[in-house]
Design a protein around this ligand. Structure first.
Ligand code: FMN
Length: 342
């Protein structure tokens, strides 16, 4: 039976355990040039030393105006490759595999003068009014994703995660509430996302897994729910997704259903549904900080991997402490052995 510390293999990606550090923006690029800093290096490498099996580098954008803020990471220029490579190489040295989340914030790009989106609909009254991309610009956007993926591969990552969640550009395209286009990208709401996935796949080595994060449920009034997300996820699976990272929400003001995310394991049922319906590996995330709960999600086969976000922000050694708490064998850095003696 599998547990949190059972190794996991997906295509050419071999992880030493089931513990993932999910992508988390650090808004720490003070120079505003999209280049990872020393802080990013320390931040990711300390989680590798802390025992995470797989680290997904935060939302990294395909163009400057695709950032949530000017302090975000980018891969729109070759100049941004070496700093990511330095992080990836060091994480590898400490036994973690590394993915990177490739993204565009669309209408949620807060520092862009005029954000772009599928349709000219603002997130809410506090956000800027976006302009709709032309059909030609949508096609160019696919190529921007392709180039960012090429650069990530040059930086040595083990997997690519395409960000299709949280109300960012790909989510904006597949949600009927934000895509009111009448061209080919409006007639088929998943066309843009599928083209991005295919472009990524074309650039990736055949044994490298393609991951996609989706919001499996929207929390706005009249938002889509799990039945609809199963349908669009099937299309993304056909376009090449090897594993889904299951999140939710982020598309607009929260409706009458209430604020999500307050219960432990709140997104596990969504991950389980997608896994079952598509017979596809999934990552579950969301308040899984308690090791016995995270371990149960793996043991009960609700998800293949679990991710711990805020728990790892607070504690880079989350994985090592989980091994102690669950009494599971894992490699502890020799320098820290006394700190985790059982
Ligand atoms: C500071 C912070 C930054 C985040 N940035 C991203 C991001 O860049 N991309 C993403 O998909 N999710 C992002 N998230 C969401 C997390 O990846 C994760 O899904 C969420 O925090 C729920 O997991 P948790 O309860 O373990 O924290 C962020 C969350 C936090 C707290």
């Amino acid at each position: 039976m599998n547990d949190l510390f059972t190794p996991y293999t997906l295509k050419g990606l071999e992880m030493k355990n089931r513990i993932v550090m999910p992508p988390m923006c650090q808004y720490s690029v003070e120079a505003k040039d999209g280049i990872a800093t020393d802080f990013h290096y320390q931040h990711y490498v300390s989680r590798a030393i802390g025992g995470a099996g797989f680290i997904i580098i935060e939302m990294t954008d395909v163009e400057a105006d695709g950032r949530i803020s000017d302090y975000d990471l980018g891969l729109w220029s070759d100049d941004q490759i070496p700093a990511i490579k330095r992080i990836v190489d060091a994480c590898h040295q400490y036994g973690a595999k590394v993915g990177i989340q490739i993204a565009h914030a669309g209408r949620k790009a807060e520092d862009a003068e005029v954000p772009v989106a599928p349709s000219a609909i603002a997130f809410d009254e506090n956000y800027k009014q976006p302009r709709a991309l032309s059909t030609e610009e949508v096609k160019e956007m696919v190529e921007k994703f392709r180039k960012a993926v090429q650069r990530a591969i040059k930086a040595g990552v083990d997997a690519i995660e395409i960000h299709g969640a949280h109300g960012y550009l790909i989510h904006q395209f597949h949600s009927p509430l934000t895509n009111k286009r009448d061209d080919e990208y409006g007639q088929d709401l998943t066309k843009f996302g599928r083209e991005v996935l295919r472009a990524a796949k074309e650039e990736m080595p055949a044994d490298m897994p393609l991951m996609m994060r989706i919001s499996a449920k929207e929390y706005v009034e009249d938002g889509y729910d799990i039945e609809e997300s199963i349908e669009f996820a099937k299309k993304y699976q056909e376009a090449g997704v090897d594993i889904f990272d299951i999140s939710s929400g982020g598309e607009g003001p929260i409706g009458a259903g209430g604020r999500p995310g307050t219960h432990a394991g709140y997104q596990v049922p969504l991950a389980r549904e997608i896994k079952k319906a598509l017979n596809v590996p999934v990552i579950a995330v969301g308040r899984l900080d308690e090791p016995t709960l995270a371990n149960a999600v793996i043991g009960n086969e609700e998800a293949d991997l679990i991710a711990v976000g805020r728990g790892m922000l607070g504690n880079p050694y989350w994985a090592l402490e989980a091994s102690k708490k669950l009494n599971k064998e894992t490699e502890i850095p020799k320098q820290y052995a006394d700190g985790f003696r059982r």
